[in-house]
Design a protein around this ligand. Sequence first.
Ligand code: AMP
Ligand code: MG
Length: 468
Amino acid sequence: MPITFDHSYARDLPGTYLRVTPDVAPAPRLLVLNQALAADLGIALTEAEATTWFSGAALPPGAEPIAQAYAGHQFGGFSPQLGDGRAHLLGEIVTPSGQRFDLQLKGSGHTPFSRGGDGKAAVAPMLREYLISEAMAALGVPTTRSLAVVATGETVWRETALPGAVLARVAASHIRVGTFQFLAARGDKVRLQALADYTIARHDPDLLGANQRYLAFLDRVIDRQARLIAQWMGLGFIHGVMNTDNMAISGETIDYGPCAFMEGYAPGTVFSSIDHTGRYAYANQPLILGWNLARLAETLVPLIDPDPDRAVDLANDRLQSIAGRYRAEWLAVMRRKLGLLGADAGDAALADDLLAAMQGADWTLTFRRLADPATLRPLFQDFAAMEAWLSRWQARAGEGAPERVAKANPAVIPRNHKVEAALEAATAGDMALFHALLAAVRTPFEEREEFMLPAPTGFGGYVTYCGT
Ligand code: AMP
Ligand code: MG
Protein backbone atom coordinates (compact mmCIF):
# COMPACT_ATOMS: atom_id res chain seq x y z
CA MET A 1 0.00 0.00 0.00
CA PRO A 2 1.48 3.36 -0.89
CA ILE A 3 2.58 5.79 1.77
CA THR A 4 1.22 9.29 1.24
CA PHE A 5 4.10 11.70 1.66
CA ASP A 6 4.11 15.41 2.20
CA HIS A 7 7.22 17.57 1.95
CA SER A 8 6.48 20.70 3.96
CA TYR A 9 10.07 21.12 5.17
CA ALA A 10 11.48 21.05 1.64
CA ARG A 11 8.67 23.26 0.37
CA ASP A 12 8.92 25.93 3.06
CA LEU A 13 12.63 26.00 3.82
CA PRO A 14 14.78 26.25 0.69
CA GLY A 15 18.42 26.72 1.55
CA THR A 16 18.35 24.32 4.49
CA TYR A 17 18.78 21.02 2.61
CA LEU A 18 20.10 19.34 -0.52
CA ARG A 19 18.39 16.85 -2.79
CA VAL A 20 20.13 13.49 -2.54
CA THR A 21 19.54 9.87 -3.44
CA PRO A 22 20.07 6.94 -1.09
CA ASP A 23 22.48 4.21 -2.13
CA VAL A 24 21.13 0.92 -3.40
CA ALA A 25 21.90 -1.98 -1.05
CA PRO A 26 23.40 -4.93 -2.93
CA ALA A 27 21.64 -7.71 -0.99
CA PRO A 28 18.97 -6.31 1.35
CA ARG A 29 17.53 -8.44 4.11
CA LEU A 30 14.90 -7.23 6.57
CA LEU A 31 16.07 -7.68 10.16
CA VAL A 32 13.20 -6.15 12.06
CA LEU A 33 9.99 -4.33 11.18
CA ASN A 34 7.79 -2.40 13.60
CA GLN A 35 4.26 -3.20 12.46
CA ALA A 36 2.73 -1.59 15.54
CA LEU A 37 4.41 1.70 14.69
CA ALA A 38 3.36 1.40 11.05
CA ALA A 39 -0.21 0.97 12.23
CA ASP A 40 0.08 4.06 14.46
CA LEU A 41 1.30 6.00 11.45
CA GLY A 42 -1.66 4.80 9.45
CA ILE A 43 0.48 2.99 6.91
CA ALA A 44 0.50 -0.68 5.95
CA LEU A 45 3.85 -2.15 5.05
CA THR A 46 4.60 -5.62 3.77
CA GLU A 47 8.00 -7.10 4.55
CA ALA A 48 8.82 -6.97 0.85
CA GLU A 49 7.97 -3.26 0.69
CA ALA A 50 10.01 -2.47 3.79
CA THR A 51 12.98 -4.35 2.36
CA THR A 52 12.76 -2.61 -1.00
CA TRP A 53 11.94 0.89 0.21
CA PHE A 54 14.36 1.12 3.11
CA SER A 55 17.34 -0.37 1.29
CA GLY A 56 17.26 2.09 -1.58
CA ALA A 57 16.36 -0.67 -4.07
CA ALA A 58 13.36 1.47 -4.97
CA LEU A 59 12.01 4.48 -3.14
CA PRO A 60 8.44 4.42 -1.91
CA PRO A 61 6.27 6.30 -4.39
CA GLY A 62 6.09 9.98 -3.47
CA ALA A 63 9.38 10.04 -1.51
CA GLU A 64 11.59 13.02 -2.36
CA PRO A 65 14.79 12.42 -0.41
CA ILE A 66 16.76 15.29 1.05
CA ALA A 67 19.74 15.68 3.37
CA GLN A 68 19.11 18.38 5.95
CA ALA A 69 21.75 20.96 6.76
CA TYR A 70 22.60 21.76 10.35
CA ALA A 71 25.46 23.05 12.42
CA GLY A 72 26.38 22.07 15.94
CA HIS A 73 28.51 22.39 19.00
CA GLN A 74 30.23 19.05 19.37
CA PHE A 75 31.81 18.62 22.80
CA GLY A 76 31.71 22.41 23.06
CA GLY A 77 33.42 23.19 19.74
CA PHE A 78 31.34 24.77 16.98
CA SER A 79 31.05 23.29 13.48
CA PRO A 80 29.13 25.66 11.21
CA GLN A 81 28.22 22.86 8.82
CA LEU A 82 27.45 19.27 9.76
CA GLY A 83 24.22 18.11 8.16
CA ASP A 84 22.94 14.65 7.33
CA GLY A 85 26.11 12.86 6.33
CA ARG A 86 24.49 9.46 6.15
CA ALA A 87 20.76 10.09 6.35
CA HIS A 88 18.03 10.68 3.80
CA LEU A 89 14.72 12.24 4.75
CA LEU A 90 12.16 10.57 2.51
CA GLY A 91 9.32 12.88 3.46
CA GLU A 92 6.60 13.42 6.02
CA ILE A 93 3.67 11.20 6.90
CA VAL A 94 0.51 12.71 8.33
CA THR A 95 -1.28 10.21 10.58
CA PRO A 96 -5.04 9.67 10.59
CA SER A 97 -5.19 11.85 13.73
CA GLY A 98 -3.37 14.66 11.92
CA GLN A 99 0.12 14.34 13.47
CA ARG A 100 3.05 14.91 11.14
CA PHE A 101 6.14 12.68 11.28
CA ASP A 102 9.39 12.55 9.34
CA LEU A 103 10.42 9.25 7.79
CA GLN A 104 14.19 9.16 7.45
CA LEU A 105 16.72 6.54 6.44
CA LYS A 106 19.97 6.43 8.41
CA GLY A 107 23.07 4.67 7.09
CA SER A 108 21.71 5.00 3.56
CA GLY A 109 24.78 6.46 1.88
CA HIS A 110 27.01 9.38 1.19
CA THR A 111 25.67 12.94 0.94
CA PRO A 112 27.37 16.28 0.31
CA PHE A 113 27.47 16.59 4.14
CA SER A 114 29.45 13.38 4.67
CA ARG A 115 32.77 15.15 5.35
CA GLY A 116 35.05 12.17 4.84
CA GLY A 117 32.60 9.72 6.40
CA ASP A 118 31.41 6.75 4.37
CA GLY A 119 27.69 7.51 4.74
CA LYS A 120 27.09 4.02 6.06
CA ALA A 121 26.12 2.33 9.29
CA ALA A 122 26.70 -1.12 10.70
CA VAL A 123 24.05 -3.62 11.78
CA ALA A 124 24.82 -3.41 15.51
CA PRO A 125 24.47 0.36 16.00
CA MET A 126 21.30 0.51 13.91
CA LEU A 127 19.73 -2.36 15.87
CA ARG A 128 20.93 -0.62 19.03
CA GLU A 129 19.07 2.55 18.09
CA TYR A 130 16.00 0.45 17.24
CA LEU A 131 16.11 -1.36 20.57
CA ILE A 132 16.84 1.58 22.86
CA SER A 133 14.41 3.94 21.15
CA GLU A 134 11.65 1.35 21.41
CA ALA A 135 12.55 0.82 25.08
CA MET A 136 12.35 4.57 25.69
CA ALA A 137 8.94 4.73 23.99
CA ALA A 138 7.70 1.89 26.19
CA LEU A 139 9.02 3.73 29.25
CA GLY A 140 6.97 6.78 28.27
CA VAL A 141 9.93 8.95 27.24
CA PRO A 142 9.50 11.20 24.18
CA THR A 143 11.70 9.72 21.48
CA THR A 144 12.18 9.21 17.80
CA ARG A 145 10.91 5.75 16.84
CA SER A 146 12.29 2.95 14.74
CA LEU A 147 10.26 1.49 11.91
CA ALA A 148 12.69 -1.05 10.48
CA VAL A 149 16.28 -2.15 10.13
CA VAL A 150 17.40 -3.64 6.83
CA ALA A 151 20.79 -5.31 6.46
CA THR A 152 22.35 -4.11 3.23
CA GLY A 153 24.57 -7.04 2.36
CA GLU A 154 27.43 -4.57 2.21
CA THR A 155 30.59 -4.59 4.30
CA VAL A 156 31.18 -1.49 6.39
CA TRP A 157 34.69 -0.81 7.59
CA ARG A 158 35.13 0.43 11.14
CA GLU A 159 37.95 -1.07 13.19
CA THR A 160 37.03 -4.31 11.45
CA ALA A 161 34.75 -5.42 8.64
CA LEU A 162 31.13 -5.28 9.76
CA PRO A 163 27.80 -6.03 8.10
CA GLY A 164 26.05 -2.82 6.99
CA ALA A 165 22.46 -1.77 7.69
CA VAL A 166 19.95 1.03 7.24
CA LEU A 167 17.55 2.18 9.95
CA ALA A 168 14.17 3.67 9.03
CA ARG A 169 13.50 6.30 11.68
CA VAL A 170 10.35 8.22 12.52
CA ALA A 171 10.52 11.59 14.27
CA ALA A 172 8.12 14.41 15.10
CA SER A 173 10.73 16.35 13.14
CA HIS A 174 14.48 16.33 12.69
CA ILE A 175 14.78 20.03 13.47
CA ARG A 176 17.61 20.42 15.95
CA VAL A 177 19.16 23.24 17.95
CA GLY A 178 21.87 22.87 15.31
CA THR A 179 19.39 23.60 12.51
CA PHE A 180 18.87 27.07 14.00
CA GLN A 181 22.61 27.45 14.50
CA PHE A 182 23.23 26.66 10.83
CA LEU A 183 21.25 29.70 9.66
CA ALA A 184 22.30 31.95 12.54
CA ALA A 185 25.98 31.27 11.83
CA ARG A 186 25.42 32.41 8.26
CA GLY A 187 23.70 35.57 9.43
CA ASP A 188 20.70 34.59 7.31
CA LYS A 189 17.95 36.28 9.28
CA VAL A 190 15.29 35.81 6.62
CA ARG A 191 15.72 32.05 6.50
CA LEU A 192 16.16 31.87 10.25
CA GLN A 193 12.79 33.52 10.72
CA ALA A 194 11.27 31.17 8.15
CA LEU A 195 12.71 28.21 10.08
CA ALA A 196 11.38 29.56 13.38
CA ASP A 197 7.92 30.14 11.88
CA TYR A 198 7.91 26.70 10.28
CA THR A 199 8.97 25.05 13.53
CA ILE A 200 6.37 26.94 15.54
CA ALA A 201 3.68 25.95 13.03
CA ARG A 202 4.78 22.34 13.28
CA HIS A 203 5.37 21.95 17.02
CA ASP A 204 3.64 24.85 18.74
CA PRO A 205 0.90 26.00 16.37
CA ASP A 206 -1.00 27.69 19.18
CA LEU A 207 1.81 30.26 19.35
CA LEU A 208 1.43 31.41 15.75
CA GLY A 209 -0.71 34.42 16.58
CA ALA A 210 0.90 35.15 19.95
CA ASN A 211 2.88 38.31 20.50
CA GLN A 212 6.49 37.63 21.44
CA ARG A 213 6.08 34.28 19.71
CA TYR A 214 9.82 33.59 19.39
CA LEU A 215 10.32 34.10 23.11
CA ALA A 216 7.27 31.95 23.81
CA PHE A 217 8.74 29.35 21.46
CA LEU A 218 12.02 29.37 23.40
CA ASP A 219 9.98 28.80 26.54
CA ARG A 220 8.26 25.80 25.00
CA VAL A 221 11.55 24.23 23.96
CA ILE A 222 12.87 24.80 27.49
CA ASP A 223 9.77 23.12 28.93
CA ARG A 224 10.04 20.11 26.65
CA GLN A 225 13.75 19.64 27.13
CA ALA A 226 13.65 20.13 30.91
CA ARG A 227 10.93 17.50 31.13
CA LEU A 228 12.86 15.17 28.83
CA ILE A 229 16.15 15.36 30.69
CA ALA A 230 14.32 14.90 34.00
CA GLN A 231 12.86 11.68 32.58
CA TRP A 232 16.29 10.52 31.46
CA MET A 233 17.66 11.19 34.92
CA GLY A 234 14.83 9.25 36.53
CA LEU A 235 15.69 6.23 34.42
CA GLY A 236 19.46 6.46 34.75
CA PHE A 237 19.69 7.07 31.00
CA ILE A 238 22.90 8.58 29.69
CA HIS A 239 22.62 9.95 26.16
CA GLY A 240 26.36 10.16 25.77
CA VAL A 241 26.59 12.76 23.02
CA MET A 242 24.38 15.74 23.87
CA ASN A 243 25.84 17.92 21.16
CA THR A 244 23.54 20.71 19.98
CA ASP A 245 22.99 18.84 16.71
CA ASN A 246 21.60 15.95 18.76
CA MET A 247 19.01 18.02 20.64
CA ALA A 248 15.62 18.00 18.92
CA ILE A 249 13.34 21.01 19.11
CA SER A 250 10.38 18.61 19.37
CA GLY A 251 11.63 17.45 22.77
CA GLU A 252 12.20 13.90 21.57
CA THR A 253 15.29 11.92 22.46
CA ILE A 254 17.25 11.68 19.21
CA ASP A 255 20.44 10.08 17.87
CA TYR A 256 21.08 6.99 19.90
CA GLY A 257 24.83 6.60 19.62
CA PRO A 258 26.92 5.83 22.68
CA CYS A 259 23.93 5.94 25.03
CA ALA A 260 23.46 3.45 27.85
CA PHE A 261 21.60 2.96 31.10
CA MET A 262 23.56 3.33 34.30
CA GLU A 263 23.60 0.28 36.57
CA GLY A 264 25.32 1.10 39.88
CA TYR A 265 24.49 4.70 40.76
CA ALA A 266 27.51 6.97 40.31
CA PRO A 267 26.90 10.58 39.24
CA GLY A 268 30.05 10.71 37.11
CA THR A 269 29.13 7.69 35.00
CA VAL A 270 30.28 7.94 31.38
CA PHE A 271 30.09 5.15 28.82
CA SER A 272 31.21 6.88 25.63
CA SER A 273 34.75 6.09 24.53
CA ILE A 274 35.27 9.64 23.27
CA ASP A 275 33.90 11.53 26.29
CA HIS A 276 37.27 11.89 27.98
CA THR A 277 36.34 14.81 30.22
CA GLY A 278 32.94 13.52 31.28
CA ARG A 279 31.17 16.43 29.60
CA TYR A 280 28.12 14.23 29.03
CA ALA A 281 28.34 12.24 32.27
CA TYR A 282 25.07 11.26 33.96
CA ALA A 283 24.99 14.10 36.47
CA ASN A 284 26.14 16.68 33.93
CA GLN A 285 23.14 16.23 31.65
CA PRO A 286 21.01 18.89 33.38
CA LEU A 287 23.88 21.38 33.03
CA ILE A 288 24.32 20.57 29.35
CA LEU A 289 20.58 21.08 28.96
CA GLY A 290 21.09 24.71 30.01
CA TRP A 291 24.22 25.11 27.91
CA ASN A 292 22.53 23.81 24.75
CA LEU A 293 19.42 25.90 25.28
CA ALA A 294 21.62 28.98 25.64
CA ARG A 295 22.97 28.19 22.17
CA LEU A 296 19.39 28.02 20.85
CA ALA A 297 18.50 31.29 22.60
CA GLU A 298 21.47 33.02 20.96
CA THR A 299 20.14 32.13 17.53
CA LEU A 300 16.71 33.56 18.39
CA VAL A 301 17.98 36.91 19.70
CA PRO A 302 17.59 38.75 16.36
CA LEU A 303 13.98 37.56 16.15
CA ILE A 304 13.00 38.31 19.74
CA ASP A 305 13.31 42.10 19.62
CA PRO A 306 14.71 44.69 17.20
CA ASP A 307 16.63 46.19 20.13
CA PRO A 308 19.49 43.71 20.70
CA ASP A 309 19.99 44.66 24.35
CA ARG A 310 16.35 44.14 25.12
CA ALA A 311 16.33 40.87 23.16
CA VAL A 312 19.31 39.58 25.11
CA ASP A 313 17.72 40.60 28.41
CA LEU A 314 14.51 38.78 27.54
CA ALA A 315 16.36 35.66 26.44
CA ASN A 316 18.62 35.71 29.49
CA ASP A 317 15.65 35.98 31.75
CA ARG A 318 14.34 32.71 30.27
CA LEU A 319 17.73 31.03 30.43
CA GLN A 320 18.06 31.90 34.08
CA SER A 321 14.83 30.07 34.78
CA ILE A 322 16.08 26.77 33.34
CA ALA A 323 17.78 25.40 36.44
CA GLY A 324 14.68 25.95 38.56
CA ARG A 325 12.35 24.57 35.93
CA TYR A 326 14.51 21.49 35.47
CA ARG A 327 14.65 20.95 39.22
CA ALA A 328 10.84 21.13 39.42
CA GLU A 329 10.53 18.53 36.64
CA TRP A 330 13.08 16.33 38.33
CA LEU A 331 11.28 16.58 41.64
CA ALA A 332 8.03 15.59 39.92
CA VAL A 333 9.79 12.55 38.44
CA MET A 334 11.25 11.62 41.83
CA ARG A 335 7.93 12.04 43.62
CA ARG A 336 6.40 9.62 41.18
CA LYS A 337 9.28 7.15 41.50
CA LEU A 338 9.04 7.31 45.29
CA GLY A 339 5.28 6.92 45.26
CA LEU A 340 4.74 10.23 47.04
CA LEU A 341 1.30 11.76 46.81
CA GLY A 342 0.92 15.51 46.86
CA ALA A 343 3.82 17.82 47.64
CA ASP A 344 5.66 18.17 50.90
CA ALA A 345 8.35 20.73 51.65
CA GLY A 346 10.72 17.92 52.63
CA ASP A 347 10.39 15.96 49.36
CA ALA A 348 13.41 17.46 47.63
CA ALA A 349 15.63 16.64 50.60
CA LEU A 350 14.16 13.14 50.75
CA ALA A 351 15.05 12.58 47.10
CA ASP A 352 18.52 14.10 47.46
CA ASP A 353 19.22 12.02 50.54
CA LEU A 354 18.24 8.84 48.74
CA LEU A 355 20.87 9.60 46.11
CA ALA A 356 23.45 10.06 48.84
CA ALA A 357 22.44 6.76 50.48
CA MET A 358 22.30 4.69 47.28
CA GLN A 359 25.74 5.43 45.83
CA GLY A 360 26.90 2.31 43.99
CA ALA A 361 23.58 0.47 44.28
CA ASP A 362 21.79 -0.57 41.10
CA TRP A 363 19.72 2.42 39.99
CA THR A 364 16.81 0.53 38.44
CA LEU A 365 16.49 -2.21 41.06
CA THR A 366 16.76 0.16 44.02
CA PHE A 367 13.66 2.05 42.95
CA ARG A 368 11.82 -1.06 41.86
CA ARG A 369 12.50 -2.84 45.13
CA LEU A 370 11.13 -0.01 47.23
CA ALA A 371 7.89 -1.88 46.61
CA ASP A 372 9.31 -4.61 48.86
CA PRO A 373 12.06 -3.02 50.97
CA ALA A 374 13.09 -6.35 52.48
CA THR A 375 14.64 -7.19 49.09
CA LEU A 376 16.81 -4.08 48.99
CA ARG A 377 19.62 -5.09 51.30
CA PRO A 378 21.57 -7.31 48.83
CA LEU A 379 21.91 -4.29 46.51
CA PHE A 380 23.91 -2.38 49.12
CA GLN A 381 27.40 -2.82 50.46
CA ASP A 382 26.55 -0.67 53.45
CA PHE A 383 22.86 -0.62 54.25
CA ALA A 384 22.93 1.66 57.32
CA ALA A 385 22.27 4.96 55.52
CA MET A 386 19.62 3.36 53.36
CA GLU A 387 17.89 1.85 56.36
CA ALA A 388 17.67 5.25 58.02
CA TRP A 389 16.38 6.77 54.79
CA LEU A 390 13.77 4.02 54.39
CA SER A 391 12.06 4.82 57.65
CA ARG A 392 11.79 8.49 56.66
CA TRP A 393 10.45 7.48 53.26
CA GLN A 394 7.91 5.05 54.68
CA ALA A 395 6.61 7.73 57.03
CA ARG A 396 6.16 10.16 54.12
CA ALA A 397 4.95 7.73 51.43
CA GLY A 398 2.29 6.03 53.54
CA GLU A 399 -0.51 3.76 52.33
CA GLY A 400 -0.34 2.19 48.89
CA ALA A 401 3.25 3.23 48.25
CA PRO A 402 4.38 -0.25 47.06
CA GLU A 403 1.74 -0.32 44.33
CA ARG A 404 2.58 3.21 43.20
CA VAL A 405 6.30 2.45 43.18
CA ALA A 406 5.80 -0.69 41.07
CA LYS A 407 3.81 1.32 38.55
CA ALA A 408 6.36 4.11 38.32
CA ASN A 409 9.61 2.15 38.20
CA PRO A 410 10.47 -0.29 35.43
CA ALA A 411 11.66 -3.79 36.18
CA VAL A 412 13.33 -4.16 32.78
CA ILE A 413 15.64 -1.68 31.10
CA PRO A 414 17.99 -2.56 28.23
CA ARG A 415 20.86 -3.76 30.42
CA ASN A 416 24.23 -3.23 28.81
CA HIS A 417 25.35 -6.85 28.90
CA LYS A 418 22.04 -7.96 27.40
CA VAL A 419 22.27 -5.34 24.65
CA GLU A 420 25.84 -6.36 23.83
CA ALA A 421 25.01 -10.06 23.72
CA ALA A 422 22.02 -9.41 21.45
CA LEU A 423 23.99 -7.18 19.08
CA GLU A 424 26.93 -9.54 18.94
CA ALA A 425 24.65 -12.44 17.97
CA ALA A 426 22.82 -10.23 15.43
CA THR A 427 26.12 -9.22 13.83
CA ALA A 428 26.87 -12.93 13.46
CA GLY A 429 23.46 -13.43 11.85
CA ASP A 430 21.33 -14.67 14.75
CA MET A 431 18.43 -12.36 15.68
CA ALA A 432 16.88 -14.55 18.42
CA LEU A 433 18.46 -12.75 21.40
CA PHE A 434 17.59 -9.37 19.90
CA HIS A 435 13.93 -10.27 19.51
CA ALA A 436 13.75 -11.69 23.03
CA LEU A 437 15.30 -8.55 24.50
CA LEU A 438 13.09 -6.30 22.36
CA ALA A 439 9.99 -8.10 23.64
CA ALA A 440 11.19 -7.66 27.24
CA VAL A 441 11.95 -3.95 26.97
CA ARG A 442 8.58 -3.33 25.35
CA THR A 443 6.81 -4.36 28.57
CA PRO A 444 9.24 -2.83 31.05
CA PHE A 445 6.97 -3.01 34.09
CA GLU A 446 6.61 -6.81 33.86
CA GLU A 447 9.11 -8.65 36.01
CA ARG A 448 11.30 -11.08 34.11
CA GLU A 449 14.32 -12.04 36.13
CA GLU A 450 16.42 -12.95 33.10
CA PHE A 451 16.33 -9.32 31.99
CA MET A 452 16.28 -7.64 35.39
CA LEU A 453 19.60 -8.47 36.94
CA PRO A 454 22.67 -6.25 36.64
CA ALA A 455 25.65 -7.30 34.57
CA PRO A 456 27.55 -10.20 36.10
CA THR A 457 30.80 -9.16 37.75
CA GLY A 458 33.43 -9.48 35.08
CA PHE A 459 31.34 -7.61 32.50
CA GLY A 460 33.49 -4.74 33.69
CA GLY A 461 33.69 -1.10 32.67
CA TYR A 462 31.25 -0.82 29.82
CA VAL A 463 32.34 1.35 26.88
CA THR A 464 30.17 2.57 24.02
CA TYR A 465 31.32 4.00 20.71
CA CYS A 466 30.07 6.74 18.43
CA GLY A 467 31.04 7.40 14.86
CA THR A 468 29.24 4.15 14.38
P1 AMP B 1 26.30 11.78 15.18
O1 AMP B 1 27.48 11.71 16.11
O2 AMP B 1 25.81 10.44 14.70
O3 AMP B 1 25.20 12.61 15.72
O4 AMP B 1 26.85 12.49 13.85
C1 AMP B 1 27.49 13.72 13.83
C2 AMP B 1 27.71 14.14 12.40
O5 AMP B 1 28.55 13.21 11.72
C3 AMP B 1 26.45 14.24 11.56
O6 AMP B 1 26.61 15.29 10.66
C4 AMP B 1 26.41 12.90 10.86
O7 AMP B 1 25.67 12.94 9.67
C5 AMP B 1 27.88 12.67 10.59
N1 AMP B 1 28.23 11.25 10.45
C6 AMP B 1 28.26 10.32 11.43
N2 AMP B 1 28.65 9.12 10.94
C7 AMP B 1 28.85 9.28 9.62
C8 AMP B 1 29.28 8.44 8.54
N3 AMP B 1 29.55 7.14 8.74
N4 AMP B 1 29.38 8.99 7.32
C9 AMP B 1 29.12 10.28 7.09
N5 AMP B 1 28.71 11.13 8.05
C10 AMP B 1 28.59 10.65 9.29
MG1 MG C 1 23.57 13.34 15.26
